[in-house]
Design a protein around this ligand. Structure first.
Ligand code: PLP
Length: 457
């Protein structure tokens, strides 16, 4: 059965009748009908009507090497022919997760040498939560099990991911979170800095909120702090430079493990393999997924530091945790081929030295001055545009989210895919973008801002 035998309307009707979408208001979807993306190539996606759209979100923060990579299809095909599946339970394994683990140990920070696989970022964070609590139990401190996270964090959509995350709308539908997770303020200077407070001081204050939470719970009860180096889904919130060194200092002072969630920032987005390296952070675990395969296969890898990994080996005893698809041979083959492309094409260096700085300059010079833009910011190839009604006071338009959705809708109509979260536009393009692609994106975004302003004023 091929979809070409169906009209767009037929596909939309079937979609509405049978397909429940993630993060979607289904009443709303029935009215509007879904946008059908049918193919993609390089930096572009195409819908069923043949409309070409520049993908400013790399799918969902994942297609770092761009679309149409036949090497990845071939890697999957070859592996499927040879061995489509076997598990990694019960002292078995297959060659591709073994080789991928070696590769990941090479590119990860020096003290990280072990990997635990899943199929999604949410699963990897579930593993991370279980693992840090298991670690403290092995160390004879099972009461050290509180995890500190942040408001508006996104750590996935399973029960553990939602509990770790700080999205109030998600938590309100949870009906009971995983216990012993507490949330503190996020390092979001644009809205939370006091008038006159420097970026540096704000970063220290936001880190101090973690110390306060540790002291309130008692350090002997706190297992770990978890954070995205740059909060992604929450609005590409880039912390001040003072934040992470202070968080690291606090975690060390109270012997609290540091868990980084690099599901978005991993594999080149910040101009290094991991943001931990861009920002000089030494975490105990790094959660990764998405760009590990550039989204061509579902795969996550929890990178586990030597401290935790040695305890597993030295203390022994089974860690009662794993997924059928942990270390899936096909997904791992695709990941190996994907990492090879990233290296061979020098995509990370390109983001660090060329496209990242150019993207930042373009946003600052050609977008920040727009009358409905309050701030632009970027790190590597990850950026945000704050939509405001009034530049001076930073007052927002009424009805949170409406203005950003207007910008997004005009952008898509104008051939530019970007995402709206709250009153913030977010961008996370494939790392193959060139200066020319950035110019095209900026031109389309500027036009969308003009059209949205016309509607909103
Ligand atoms: N952690 C972060 C920082 C994410 O951005 C996401 C997804 O966007 C996840 C975890 C969850 O990943 P997945 O959707 O693959 O479960």
């Amino acid at each position: 059965m091929t979809y070409q035998n169906f009209s767009l309307n037929q596909l939309q009707d079937i979609d509405a009748a049978h397909h429940l979408h993630p993060f979607t208001d289904h009443k709303d979807l029935r009215g509007a009908g879904s946008r059908m993306i049918t193919r993609a190539d390089g930096p572009f996606i195409y819908d069923s009507e043949g409309k070409q759209i520049l993908d400013g979100m790399a799918g969902l923060w994942c297609v770092n090497v761009g679309y149409g990579r036949h090497e990845l299809a071939e890697a999957a095909y070859e592996q499927m022919k040879e061995l489509p599946y076997y598990n990694s339970f019960f002292r078995c394994t297959t060659p591709t997760p073994v080789l991928l683990s070696k590769k990941l140990a090479e590119v990860a920070p020096a003290h990280i040498n072990q990997v635990f696989y899943g199929s999604s970022g949410s699963e990897a964070n579930d593993t991370a939560l279980r693992l840090v609590r298991h670690y403290w139990a092995l160390e004879g401190k099972p009461e050290k099990n509180i995890i500190i996270s942040r408001h508006n964090a996104y750590h996935g959509s399973t029960v553990a991911g939602t509990s770790l995350g700080g999205m109030s709308a998600m938590q309100s539908q949870l009906g009971g979170a995983v216990p012993n997770i507490v949330h503190v303020m996020m390092p979001y200077a644009f809205e939370l800095a006091e008038p006159g407070e420097s970026d540096h001081d704000f970063g220290i204050r936001a880190a101090k909120a973690i110390e306060d939470a540790i002291l309130e719970a008692g350090p002997e009860n706190v297992a770990a702090f978890i954070g995205e180096p740059i909060m992604g889904a929450g609005g590409v919130k880039i912390p001040p430079a003072s934040y992470w060194p202070e968080v690291q200092r606090i975690c060390r002072k109270y012997d609290v493990l540091l868990m980084l969630d690099e599901v978005i920032t991993g594999y080149g987005r910040t101009g290094a393999w991991f943001a931990a390296q861009s920002m000089g952070i030494e975490p105990d675990t790094i959660t990764t997924a998405k760009a590990l395969t550039s989204g061509y296969q579902p795969l996550s890898a929890l990178l586990v530091g030597d401290r935790i990994a040695s305890a597993l080996v030295e203390k022994g005893g089974e860690f009662f945790h794993g997924y059928t698809y942990s270390g899936h041979p096909v997904a791992c083959a695709v990941a190996l081929a994907n990492l090879e492309i990233i290296e061979k094409e020098g995509l990370i260096e390109r983001v660090r030295d060329e496209t990242g700085p150019y993207f930042n300059k373009a946003l600052k010079e050609r977008i920040e001055g727009h009358p409905i833009v309050g701030e632009v910011r970027s790190f590597g190839l990850m950026g945000a545009i704050e939509i405001v009604k009034d530049k001076e006071s930073r007052a927002r338009f009424p009805d949170e989210g409406t203005a950003a959705v207007a910008v997004r809708d005009h952008a898509i109509a104008n051939g530019m895919m970007l995402r709206a979260t709250g009153d913030t536009m977010i961008l996370s393009p494939p790392l193959i973008w060139t200066r020319e692609t950035i110019d095209l994106a900026i031109e389309r975004i500027a036009k969308a801002l003009d059209l949205a302003e016309r509607d909103l004023r």
